[in-house]
Design a protein around this ligand. Structure first.
Ligand SMILES: C[S@@+](CC[C@H](N)C(=O)[O-])C[C@H]1O[C@@H](n2cnc3c(N)ncnc32)[C@H](O)[C@@H]1O
Length: 248
């Protein structure tokens, strides 16, 4: 028998097979366990991180009371649809009397939404719509005044599909507000690091650090788009952020 077959070749084969089996086991466990722990993980993480971004969010949502008053004057509900609502970390920013339609594909957030709805009882939180942002068929065309998305587009499979749905459900002239962590600008060290760490990050946190979100927003066909990039006071690779709004 050639010496190579007695030496490093079988060892390498055993290592590769071992790693392959380990990754299969990890994926199977991850698929089952992740949806169970994700809501409580998000409750701890996003709520704490969001505290540091309060001034940014206050600025972003500053004109909601004006939009709400305008809707009320014409005798309509002021309806906000929040995609990827999570635990309800944005409830505190919505003006008194807002009718909020929460959308999220994970049923596990239900109890967190309920408890936040009680805490922020100045808004009227509807039943959770269990859906992906790419397909919100329960929500009628041209039916909501505002759509909100924060830290969600990094998680979705098809950002263009979400944009199409946002434009479908917004009333003409309705507004889309967003705040997202994104890819850093190309040719930066942050971008290199994001690319290196992204596969592990995706598994651990369920989102991507390399989404160039502005591209999908730019090409979605809104009548007006306004955003700025900023560095959030978060760890290095999730510092690059995009905040802004778009009008249907
Ligand atoms: C990082 S959390 C952010 C939660 C909340 N928006 C916040 O700012 O705290 C991401 C949320 O997006 C939801 N999500 C993931 N994929 C989604 C999709 N395709 N459509 C809508 N929501 C999605 C997750 O279930 C989770 O609630």
């Amino acid at each position: 028998m050639p010496r190579i077959l007695n030496g490093w070749l079988p060892t390498c084969g055993a290592i590769v097979a071992g790693l392959w089996i380990l990754s299969k086991v990890f994926n199977a466990v991850h698929e089952r366990v992740f949806p169970m722990i994700y809501p409580s993980m998000m409750d701890g993480i996003t709520v704490n991180l969001a505290k540091d971004l309060m001034p940014i969010k206050r600025d972003l949502f500053a004109d909601l009371p004006m939009l709400q008053q305008r809707a009320t004057r014409s005798g309509d509900d002021f309806t906000v649809l929040e995609i990827g609502v999570g635990t309800g970390a944005n409830f505190e920013y919505y003006p008194e009397g807002t009718k909020l339609i929460p959308v999220d594909p994970m049923a596990g957030f239900d109890s967190y939404i309920d408890s936040n709805a009680k805490k922020f009882s100045h808004i009227n939180v509807q039943k959770l719509v269990l859906a992906f942002g790419e397909n919100m068929e329960e929500v009628a065309d041209d039916s909501v005044d505002v759509v909100v998305v924060t830290w969600v587009l990094c998680c979705v499979e098809n950002v263009d599909g979400v944009m199409t749905e946002i434009k479908r459900v917004l009333k003409p002239g309705g507004k889309f507000y967003f705040m997202e962590h994104t890819a850093a600008l190309r040719n930066s060290w942050t971008h290199v690091l994001q690319r290196l760490l992204n596969p592990a990050w995706r598994k651990m946190c369920g989102c991507s650090m390399t989404e160039e979100t502005w591209k999908a927003i730019d090409k979605a066909g809104f009548s007006k788009v306004q955003y700025e990039r900023f560095n959030a006071p978060l760890s290095w690779t999730i510092k690059p952020h995009l905040v802004g709004h778009a009008v249907k």
